[in-house]
Write a protein that binds this ligand. Structure first.
Ligand code: SF4
Length: 329
């Protein structure tokens, strides 16, 4: 019996963004220059495969600085950290590298400027997400008000409605954020903020690409981890765009093949923290089961990259270099 036919519509752009690539490079460079172990506060990016690969190279993932020994080098994740984290690292004289995405750092600077100008700062985002924790931690506790949905935007009270500013998490749904911002602008016509929102280019482009293909597919598969905001939003975007079914898949090995029953066309994309090899593996696994036709649909070409900063030197790496290259007397 011949294999059933299946068409994959492959979203482009998909997968790794410039901030994720930079963060992974910082950890890899730290391991190379410093030698293992290199401590990483929080998952460097929200993808289990990336984390496991870096762990195999010598990265040690921790949630808080008190798990980091005094002479170790520690990297802060791409999501950004509250100000108290580098302050605590300095107090302990830890050597650290900050892999916060430059687009998240830009949001940090924005909320600081708004607060300096005496405005109440509203942050549109999801409670508990590390990026939101990091952004709220740029100002003293209580200084930033989190807005999670339209209902909160409509009922919010501020000391002076004429002096309000907003910022947003970088990985939100573009459409949902538009609704929340419209509600805020209606409540506070004098509100100031970025030209549109702080949702980054990578989030926007990946959502646009999924919106283009999901309505013509029977099923959408988004490759990514459940704790990746970016990936989960893509599943929601596919459903909102009219795809009858949309699911998050961590890898081909964990694929529930019954999902493809009755599907002739499948849209495939990957969150900004999911490596391309996971997409390749899923396509290869489909090829083993179906007579496959793969069509890549590009909605926008990306050419964004961020430079990695020079790494600080830890005492341990200096000792190690000294052992490898003893100074001539
Ligand atoms: S998703 Fe956007 S903000 Fe987050 S790391 Fe990537 S480029 Fe930076």
């Amino acid at each position: 019996m011949s294999a059933p036919e299946l068409t994959i519509l492959l979203a482009s752009p998909r997968g790794f963004c410039a901030g994720v690539e930079r963060a992974i490079e910082i950890v890899e460079q730290a391991i190379e220059e410093h030698g293992p172990p290199v401590y990483v506060r929080h998952e460097i990016v929200h993808n289990r495969h990336v984390v496991e690969r870096l762990r195999a190279k010598g990265a040690v993932f921790v949630e808080e600085l008190d798990e980091v020994p005094d002479d170790a080098l520690v990297v802060f994740s791409a999501h950004g950290v509250p100000k108290e984290v580098p302050a605590e690292a300095q107090r302990r004289q830890l050597v650290y590298a900050d892999a916060t995405c430059p687009l998240v750092s830009k949001v940090h600077r924005g909320v600081e400027q708004h607060a300096k100008s005496g405005r109440t700062v509203l942050l549109v985002g999801h409670s508990g997400h590390p990026e939101v924790v990091g952004t709220m931690g740029q100002l003293p506790p209580g200084a930033i008000v989190l807005v999670e949905d339209v209902a909160q935007a409509e009922s919010l009270e501020v000391p002076d409605p004429e002096r309000v500013a907003y910022a947003t998490q970088t990985t939100l749904s573009v459409r949902e954020t538009e609704d929340i911002l419209a509600a805020l602008k209606k409540r506070f016509p004098a509100i100031v903020g970025p030209r549109r929102d702080d949702i980054c280019y990578a989030t926007t482009n990946r959502q646009r690409a999924v919106e283009a293909i999901a309505p013509i597919a029977d099923l959408t598969l988004i490759i990514g981890s459940p704790n990746s905001s970016n990936s989960v939003r893509l599943v929601e975007v596919a459903r909102a765009a009219g795809c009858p079914r949309a699911e998050l898949v961590q890898s081909a090995a964990e694929m529930d093949w019954s999902l493809l029953r009755g599907a002739a066309t499948v849209a495939v994309s990957a969150g900004a923290s999911a490596p391309e090899e996971l997409v390749d593996e899923l396509i290869a696994a489909c090829r083993e089961r179906f007579k496959l036709c793969v069509r890549e649909i590009q909605v926008v070409k990306e050419d964004v990259s961020f430079r990695t900063p020079p790494l600080p030197q830890s005492n341990a790496s200096a000792d190690r270099r000294a052992r490898l290259m003893p100074a001539s007397s």
